[in-house]
Design a protein around this ligand. Sequence first.
Ligand code: SF4
Length: 397
Amino acid sequence: MRDGRLLPSLAAPSTPPLDERPGIAGIAPAELAAWAGAQGERPYRARQIADFVWGRLAAGAAEMHTLPARLRAALERDFRVDTLADTSVRTADAGLTEKALHRLADGRLVESVLMRYPPRGGRRERATVCISSQAGCAVGCPFCATGELGFGRDLDVAEIVDQVRFWARRLATEGRRISNVVFMGMGEPLLNADAVIAAADALDDPARFGLGARHLAISTSGVIPGIERLTAMRPAWTLAISLHAARPDLRDILVPLNRRYPLDGVVAAATRYGDVTGRRVSYEYVLIDGINDTAADAGAVGDLLRGRLAHVNLIPMNPVAHTEWRPSGAARVDAFAREVRAAGVPVTVRRNRGDEIGAACGQLAAEQAGLAAPGAVRRRRDRMEREGAAALAARRP
Ligand code: SF4
């Protein structure tokens, strides 16, 4: 841990009590109505409960004070109103970035991040929340702190949307609202597609969270069946592809899922999504000094995306403990952006947020897990380091 201290409320890992009750935010409206009916309640009670969950962002049944005591007791018996057992928050960038480490009922740790964007150049103030879809991740990208944790488990619908409700509650105390939600935290969203799609539906739905489709983005490192499923659904959500390399041999190393779903197929599937939905596909590219930031790499990105409904986000890598890799310097980032733009592809350069609080995806959870299970995490970290170095050495002339 960078500052040598544990997060205060999460400092003592313990064996958590298992809680089998489903999270209420993951219950579809029709199911909730059926449950209320089974309790002998009139239909409007289900709407009242939904208003507490989504409108008033209740974290416990006790807050639902206009419900009869018997109904609150039944809710407590059958559901968890909040699936986040414990949360600790760190702040950085003079308050513009806040990162939460959430402990789930079974002790798993996941992260979410709030990024505030002050008003600028006629644009209104925005607040974007980045959420996790899995505890850990099986993809194992070598520049990512979540990768070193390995895969824990899929999150369920309520565990995903409760991260959003957590931040919405926090912003509400300031009279502010969330403007965007991105599924770009821990995990590969489209390897947990059922829960991610149901969560995005709940966040989109005007009768529930009501964020609106255009304010939701789902990222994937290239799970083609998941992209095809989204295409068939035709939502107006933004699809973000974690590109990170446009040359197949390098992408095999940086995004190991490339060996299963090669890049040409991923870009073809993403292009179909863009064509069907009319939404520009976003390509995320983490720039790593001397690894994927050469003129040849930029040229390959331009060649890959020229003429497509696409936009590239360049993000200098967040340094993580298990690798010596470092972010590309400003001059390299600018040259890379120029080269891609020269191919007619729009580019945005994103600034890293929250370096001092370990804002890299999975960094806080990896630190905490490293304390709880140092052997397993250390071994996985060593293996990723070894395999990444060997693979890169093999492709160099
Ligand atoms: S970058 Fe995303 S897909 Fe790759 S290991 Fe990290 S969480 Fe998984």
